[in-house]
Design a protein around this ligand. Structure first.
Ligand code: FES
Length: 144
């Protein structure tokens, strides 16, 4: 009788740990399969800056969801926004105010102020976003 009880006890322990193992293994799979929650999902529009933060021939890096964006005020005073992730190997680009173009320091990639490749290894243009001004806020949106 005593050994039966112990056997049962061991069975319960084993079953319990099996359930624990299976659920801990399957949790990431289930989480992967389920659609992501709204919060933290893709962002389509953000307030990138206040208008007075970016005088002509300057820039600001802003967060567009989980990726960086770059807002540029051209020397002519036109606001433009792009993904700041280089299309070569995903380094972050910056604005070169002297050369008046966008620069990737990793492999000397250069883009013009329309996001097109000027020099270096980037294979395609930077993704360009729409820019709107609402009061004092610069709103950047993904193109539809
Ligand atoms: S990652 Fe930008 S040029 Fe290579």
């Amino acid at each position: 009788m005593g050994s039966m009880n112990r056997r049962k006890f061991i069975d319960i322990l084993f079953f319990g740990s099996l359930v624990g193992t299976i659920s801990s293994l399957s949790y990431p799979i289930i989480r992967y399969l389920l659609p992501p929650k709204k919060a933290g999902g893709a962002v389509n529009s953000v307030v990138a800056a206040r208008v007075d933060e970016v005088p002509p021939n300057s820039y600001k890096i802003f967060k567009f969801g989980s990726a960086p964006g770059i807002l540029i005020n051209t020397p002519q005073g036109e606001l433009r926004a792009f993904s700041a992730v280089c299309t070569h190997l995903s380094c972050n680009v910056t604005y070169d105010a002297q050369a008046e173009n966008i620069y990737c320091p990793c492999h000397n990639g250069r883009f013009d102020l329309n996001g097109n490749v000027l020099a270096g290894p980037p294979p395609k243009p930077l993704e360009q976003y729409e820019v709107k001004i609402s009061g004092q806020e610069v709103i950047v949106s993904r193109r539809a």
